[in-house]
Ligand binder design. Structure first.
Ligand code: ADP
Length: 353
C-alpha cells in the first residue's frame, strides 16, 4: 500500500500538546519524508517546551506506526527559539574556572532527583557517545532528563547533541540550559570559544564543575546524566564528595589497557562510596557490512569477567558501528531513532530506570 504525506499528516493531527492545539496545525512537523513504508519527520518545538515534548514525540511516532503499510518510523525532536520571544538576556558573567566555594557538606541540587555519572578510566572509549545516547534513551522512556558535559578539557556534547547556541542568562548569574532531543543540556563547550583550550588545574576544574551544576537552572529532572572527563581526577572527586551522586556507569572497551583503567575507575568510586551502577562494554566487536564476518577487534570477554569479579551489573555490549560514529558527528544520537542500536540504549535506560 502506498502511503501519502497527507495521510501521515492527517494522523499526526490527532496528536495534541498538553497546553492545547495539535502538532500539525502549530507547524511543528518538519522534513516529513515517506519512502516505501519508512516515515521520518522532525518535530520542531519552542526551546522552552523542549524538555516536556518527549511524550508528544513518542505519541506522534506511535500514531504513524499504527498506520497500515508503515514499517519504520523515525521522529526526532529539535528545538528553536521562538521568533519574537523575549530575549533571555546576555550570557552570564560566569568567570568560569574560579575556585570552588562552600564548605564540605554534600549538596543536593534542588529539583534534580538523581545524578548519574558516566565515567571511564581512559579517554576515547566512547564515554561521551554513550552519555548522549543514554540521556536521549532515558528521555524517550518518559524520564525528565538532563545532560551535563563535564568533560572540561574535551567537551563534545554540543556536537553530539547538535547544539551550538550560546546559553543566555536573564539575571547574569543563573544560566539557562538548552534543549535537544528531549534532553535539557549544558556543556562548558557552549560557554567558551570552540577552539579555545582549557588550561586549568585542580581547584579551577572543581570550581567549574560546581558552577555548571549549581548555576544552571536545571528545573525539575528525574535524572541528570553527567559526562565526566576520563580518569580519576579532581572533577570525579568533586562530584563524589560534594554532590549527592546516585551512582556511576563505567564505560570501557575490551582492550586490556582500557580494562586496567576501568578497574582503577571502579576502585575509585568504591573508595568514595559512590555506587557503581554497571559496566558498559563499547566497541565490543565489529560485524563487517561487506562480508558479514565477525571480529573481536579489541579482544573479548574481559569486561564481563571484570563486572562479575566486582559484582556489578554488566549492562551492554555495544558494537563498533559506523552509524553510531556518524550520528555523533552530526548531532543526531542513534537513540533518538529506531533500530538495533537504539534498542540497546533503550534497554540500558530501562535497566537503570
Ligand atoms: P570519550 O568520551 O570516551 O573520549 P567519545 O564518545 O568521544 O569517547 O568517542 C571517541 C570516538 O569514537 C568518537 O569519534 C566516537 O564517534 C567514536 N565511537 C565511540 N563509540 C563508537 C562505536 N561503538 N563505534 C564507532 N565509533 C565509536
Amino acid at each position: 500500500m502506498t502511503i501519502s504525506k497527507d495521510s501521515v499528516l492527517a494522523e499526526l493531527k490527532r496528536v495534541s500538546l498538553p497546553d492545547g492545539g495539535d502538532i500539525v496545525s502549530l507547524g511543528m512537523v518538519r522534513a516529513l519524508t515517506v519512502d516505501d513504508g519508512t516515515v521520518s519527520f522532525v518535530l520542531e518545538v519552542p526551546a522552552e517546551l523542549g524538555p516536556r515534548m518527549e511524550p508528544v514525540r513518542s505519541a506522534a511516532e506511535q500514531v504513524v506506526k499504527a498506520m497500515p503499510g508503515v514499517g519504520k518510523v523515525t521522529a526526532v525532536l529539535t528545538s528553536h527559539q521562538a521568533k519574537g520571544a523575549q530575549d533571555p538576556g546576555p550570557p552570564p558573567n560566569l568567570r568560569i574556572g574560579r575556585h570552588p566555594t562552600g564548605g564540605n557538606a554534600r549538596v543536593r541540587l534542588p529539583g534534580v532527583e538523581r545524578i548519574i555519572a558516566v565515567a571511564s578510566g581512559k579517554g576515547g572509549v566512547g564515554k561521551s557517545t554513550i552519555s548522549s545516547n543514554l540521556a536521549v534513551a532515558m528521555a524517550r522512556k518518559g524520564l525528565r532528563t538532563g545532560l551535563l558535559d563535564a568533560d572540561i578539557h574535551g567537551p563534545s556534547q554540543p556536537m553530539m547533541m547538535g547544539v551550538s547556541a550560546r546559553p543566555k542568562s536573564p539575571d547574569g548569574t543563573k544560566i539557562r540550559p538548552l534543549s535537544a532531543h528531549g534532553v535539557t543540556m549544558m556543556s562548558i563547550g557552549l560557554l567558551l570559544p570552540s577552539d579555545e583550550a582549557v588550561i586549568w588545574r585542580g581547584p579551577m576544574l572543581m570550581g567549574a564543575l560546581q558552577q555548571m551544576l549549581q548555576q544552571v537552572e536545571w528545573g525539575e529532572l528525574d535524572v541528570l546524566v553527567v559526562d565526566l572527563p576520563p580518569g580519576t581526577g579532581d572533577v570525579q572527586l568533586t562530584l563524589c564528595q560534594r554532590f549527592d551522586l546516585f551512582g556511576a556507569v563505567i564505560v570501557c572497551t575490551p582492550q586490556e589497557v582500557a580494562l586496567l583503567d576501568a578497574r582503577r575507575a571502579i576502585t575509585m568510586f568504591n573508595r568514595l562510596k559512590a555506587p557503581v551502577l554497571g559496566l558498559i562494554e563499547n566497541m565490543s566487536h565489529f560485524e563487517c557490512p561487506h562480508c558479514g564476518g565477525h571480529s573481536d577487534l579489541f579482544g573479548s570477554g574481559g569486561a564481563r569477567r571484570m563486572a562479575n569479579e566486582f559484582g556489578i551489573p554488566f549492562l551492554a555490549e555495544i558494537p563498533v558501528s559506523v552509524p553510531l560514529r556518524s550520528s555523533g558527528d552530526t548531532g543526531m544520537p542513534v537513540a533518538a531513532g529506531n533500530g538495533p542500536l537504539a534498542e540497546i540504549f533503550g534497554s540500558i535506560a530501562e535497566a537503570l530506570a
